[in-house]
Design a protein around this ligand. Structure first.
Ligand SMILES: NC(=O)c1ccc[n+]([C@@H]2O[C@H](COP(=O)([O-])OP(=O)(O)OC[C@H]3O[C@@H](n4cnc5c(N)ncnc54)[C@H](O)[C@@H]3O)[C@@H](O)[C@H]2O)c1
Length: 631
C-alpha cells in the first residue's frame, strides 16, 4: 500500500489547474452543505433554479479570488504557512465580496436571487476548513510515506535549551536517521528527569548503557562548554567507538535558524580552541553602522570569514573583491543561500590593477577597507619573489594609496607573524607592507586611519596543515609532518577574524595590533590527534612520515605577543607591537624602486633590495641565505 501511494507521488506534481478544479469542487460542496445546514434550521426554502444560480455566482466569485491570489499554484505536498495564509485570504476576500453584493441586492430590493447571510458564513468557514484539510492530508501523507526510519541510536549531550532545539531539529527533519534514546547532562539536578518524554542521565551512566540500546552517535549540544570537557568527552567517545557530533552554538546558525544539517562531526578546531573571545559588539556595531565596506581577498580563508562576521552588523553594503573566480562564486552562492539582510556586491578584480581598483572606489566609495588579499604560501613565494612582491607589496600599496585618495575612513590590513624577523620572502613582503602602512599613517594630511593586525597560523585555512592532514587521512596516509619537533601557534579562523574586527576599532591609527596566540601546538601531536579523531590507529591503520623542513621554514615560531615587544590594550588578547616606524618619503622611494625593479632585476637582486629595507630579514633554509653571508 505504502509503495502504491509512493508511486502516485513519485516525481509527479499535480498541475495547478487540477488544484484549482479541486478547490472549486470544495467551494461547490461547501455551498451544498451550508444550505443543508441552513434548511435544517427551517428557514425559507429555495427553488432548485435559485440554488443553482446562487451557487454559480458563489463559484464565480471564489474562482476570481483564487485566480487573483494564485492560491492554487503551490506544490500541495510542500504546502507551508505562507500558502495557507494565501488560501485563507482568497476565501475571506470572496466572502466579503459576496456579503457586499448581497447587501446591495437586499438594500435596493433588486430582483436578483439572494443568499442568506448565515449560508455565506457557513460556506466561508467550510470552504476554508476543507481546502486547508485537503492540503494538510496531502502534505502529511507525503511526509509519512517519505520519512526515513531513524535507526542510529543517539544521545544528546546537554539537556538545556540547545539540547531541546537539537531534538526539535532532528524530529522536524523527514530525512533524519538519528533516533534519540536519551539526554546526557553534567548537572545532577537534571538526572532522572524527562525532557520531551526522553530520559536525562549522567555521562557515566550513559557510558554503561546496555548493549541492546547500543549508542552510535553523541551530539554535543551545549552553548558554552570548556575545551577541557570537550576533550574528555571526545576521548571517552573514541574509547567507546562512538561518533561525536556537534550542534553549533546559536551565533553560528545560518540566519538564526537551526536544522539537522547543521549537526556536524567534531573537528580538531573544537578541541584546540581556547577561551571564548569577548568582543565589544556595541563599539564595532556603531563603527560599522550604515557603512560601505570593501574586503579584498574576500574569497580566501580569512577574507571570507571577515565577510561572514561583518554581515551580522547593520552595514549599508559590502563589496567582495577577489581574483579567484570559482572561490568567489562559491562564496556568492553561500551568502545567497544564507539570506543575510546586508546587500553585497561580488567584484572579480585583480587588486594590483590600478585602473580597475579606481573604478571600484569611484563607483562605491567605501568607508572601510579590510585588506586580506595576498599570496601566503611560504615555499611558493620563496620560489617566486617576483609575484610575492608584485601582489603582496604592489597590491597593498595600491589599495592603501587609493584609500587615501578616496578619503576612506579606515584601512585594516591583515598581516602575519611571519612578518616578525622574517626568514622568508613571503614574511618579508608582509613586513614591507606593514612598514609602508605605518609610515603612511604618520604622514601629515592623511585622513584615513591605518590599522595593522598581526597573527599566527589559523587552523583550517586553505593550504594549511589541517585540510592537508584531513586529505591525507581520508586517502589512507601517510600523514606528512616536516619535523617531529616543529611547533606552531594556532588560532581558529573565527577567533582571528573576531579580533581583526575588534582591533579595527581600537587605537588612533598607525598601530600594529598583535594577537595573543596562546600556547604553541606541536604539529606532530596535531597529526596524531586528527588520526585519532578519524577513528584510526597510528602505526596500524596509518603512518606519519617526516619530510624535512621546507625552504624558509622555521622549527619554532617566535612568540608573537611577548610582553617585551608589545604593549597591553584593554583587550586581553590584543597587544600593540612596538616596532620601528619609518619615514614615509624614504620608504615610498625604496618601495617604488623595488616595484620598478620587477621589470628588469633577477630574484637575487629583488631579494637583496628587500633585505636592505628590512635588515632583520635573514633567510632560513633557502637559496637566498647566501645573500646574508655576503651582506
Ligand atoms: N592563513 C593563515 O594561517 C594566516 C595567518 C595569519 C595571517 N594570514 C594572512 O591573511 C591573509 C589572507 O590569508 P588567507 O589564509 O585568507 O589566504 P587565502 O589564500 O585563503 O586568501 C587570499 C585571497 O586573496 C586573493 N588574491 C590573491 N591575489 C589577488 C589579487 N591580485 N587580486 C585580488 N585578490 C587576490 C586570493 O584569490 C585569495 O582568495 C594573508 O596576508 C596571510 O598572510 C593568514
Amino acid at each position: 500500500m505504502k509503495n502504491f501511494l509512493l508511486n502516485i507521488f513519485k516525481d509527479r506534481v499535480v498541475s495547478p489547474w487540477w488544484i484549482l478544479v479541486i478547490d472549486l469542487g470544495i467551494v461547490a460542496y461547501a455551498f451544498l452543505i451550508a444550505f443543508v445546514l441552513r434548511l435544517s434550521l427551517q428557514l425559507p426554502s429555495y427553488s432548485v433554479g435559485g440554488f443553482i444560480a446562487a451557487g454559480s455566482w458563489v463559484l464565480f466569485v471564489y474562482l476570481l479570488t483564487f485566480l487573483g491570489t494564485g492560491s492554487y499554484r503551490g506544490v500541495i505536498r510542500h504546502s507551508n504557512y505562507n500558502e495557507f495564509k494565501i488560501l485563507i485570504i482568497a476565501c475571506f476576500s470572496a466572502f466579503i465580496v459576496l456579503v457586499i453584493v448581497d447587501s446591495v441586492v437586499k438594500f435596493y430590493e433588486l430582483p436578483w436571487w439572494r443568499i442568506p447571510r448565515l449560508v455565506l458564513i457557513f460556506h466561508f468557514l467550510l470552504t476554508a476548513m476543507l481546502s486547508f484539510a485537503f492540503r494538510m492530508i496531502v502534505r502529511e501523507t507525503y511526509a509519512f510515506l517519505t520519512k526515513k526510519r531513524a535507526t542510529i541510536n543517539t544521545l544528546i549531550y546537554g539537556a538545556g535549551d540547545m539540547g531541546e532545539i537539537t531534538l526539535e531539529a532532528i524530529r522536524n527533519d523527514k530525512d533524519n536517521l538519528f533516533h534519540v534514546v536519551g539526554f546526557v547532562d553534567d548537572n545532577p539536578n537534571k538526572w532522572n528527569m524527562k525532557l520531551h518524554s526522553i530520559q536525562v542521565q549522567s555521562w557515566d551512566k550513559a557510558m554503561s548503557m546496555r548493549a541492546e540500546r547500543e549508542i552510535v552517535v553523541i551530539i554535543l549540544a551545549i552553548n558554552s562548554i570548556s575545551v577541557q570537557r570537550k576533550k574528555e568527552i571526545t576521548n571517552d567517545c573514541l574509547d567507546k567507538g562512538w561518533k561525536l557530533k556537534v550542534m553549533p552554538s546559536v551565533g553560528n546558525w545560518v540566519n538564526g535558524i537551526s536544522n539537522r544539517n547543521q549537526i556536524r562531526d567534531i573537528r580538531i578546531e573544537d578541541i584546540l580552541g581556547r577561551k571564548e573571545i569577548r568582543l565589544n559588539q556595541r563599539r564595532i556595531s556603531t563603527g560599522l553602522e550604515g557603512k560601505v565596506i570593501l574586503v579584498s581577498g574576500a574569497a580566501g580563508s580569512i577574507g571570507s570569514e571577515i565577510v561572514r562576521q561583518l554581515l551580522r552588523f547593520p552595514l549599508k553594503k559590502i563589496l567582495l573583491i577577489d581574483i579567484a573566480e570559482s572561490a568567489l562564486y562559491d562564496l556568492q552562492q553561500e551568502l545567497l543561500l544564507s539570506y543575510y539582510d546586508v546587500p553585497f556586491e561580488v567584484i572579480l578584480v585583480d587588486f594590483t590593477n590600478a585602473f580597475r581598483m579606481r573604478q571600484v572606489f569611484e563607483a562605491y566609495r567605501p568607508h572601510i577597507v579590510y585588506n586580506a588579499a595576498a599570496y601566503k604560501h611560504v615555499p611558493l613565494m620563496e620560489a617566486n619573489p617576483y609575484e610575492a612582491i608584485r601582489v603582496n607589496i604592489g597590491g597593498t600599496k595600491l589599495m592603501a594609496d587609493i584609500s587615501v585618495e578616496y578619503g576612506v575612513e579606515k584601512f585594516v590590513m591583515v598581516s602575519t607573524d611571519k612578518a616578525v624577523n622574517p626568514t622568508n620572502v613571503m614574511g618579508a613582503t608582509k613586513r614591507i607592507c606593514e612598514i609602508y602602512i605605518q609610515s603612511l599613517a604618520q604622514k601629515g594630511g592623511v585622513q584615513t586611519s591605518f590599522i595593522t593586525t598581526r597573527f599566527g597560523n589559523v587552523l583550517g585555512s586553505s593550504g594549511s596543515v589541517v585540510p592537508l592532514f584531513k586529505k591525507q587521512i581520508t586517502q589512507g596516509g601517510p600523514v606528512t609532518v616536516t619535523h617531529p619537533d616543529i611547533t606552531r601557534f594556532f588560532m581558529t579562523i573565527p577567533e582571528a577574524c573576531q579580533l581583526v574586527l575588534e582591533a579595527g576599532f581600537m587605537g588612533n591609527g598607525g598601530e600594529i595590533f598583535v594577537f595573543d596566540m596562546g600556547e604553541p601546538v606541536k604539529i606532530n601531536d596535531l597529526a596524531k590527534e586528527m588520526i585519532r579523531l578519524a577513528g584510526l590507529k597510528l602505526g596500524t591503520d596509518i603512518e606519519i612520515k617526516y619530510s624535512g623542513l621546507r625552504p624558509g621554514e622555521k622549527l619554532f615560531e617566535e612568540l608573537l605577543a611577548s610582553k617585551e615587544n608589545n604593549l597591553p590594550t584593554h583587550h586581553e588578547k590584543i597587544m600593540i607591537g612596538q616596532v620601528q616606524v619609518y619615514d614615509y618619503e624614504s620608504v615610498k622611494e625604496v618601495i617604488r624602486g623595488l616595484l620598478g625593479a620587477l621589470n628588469f632585476e633577477d630574484n637575487g637582486l629583488l631579494v637583496t633590495r628587500m633585505k636592505n629595507l628590512v635588515p632583520e630579514f635573514v633567510s632560513n633554509n633557502s637559496s637566498y641565505s647566501i645573500l646574508d653571508k655576503t651582506n
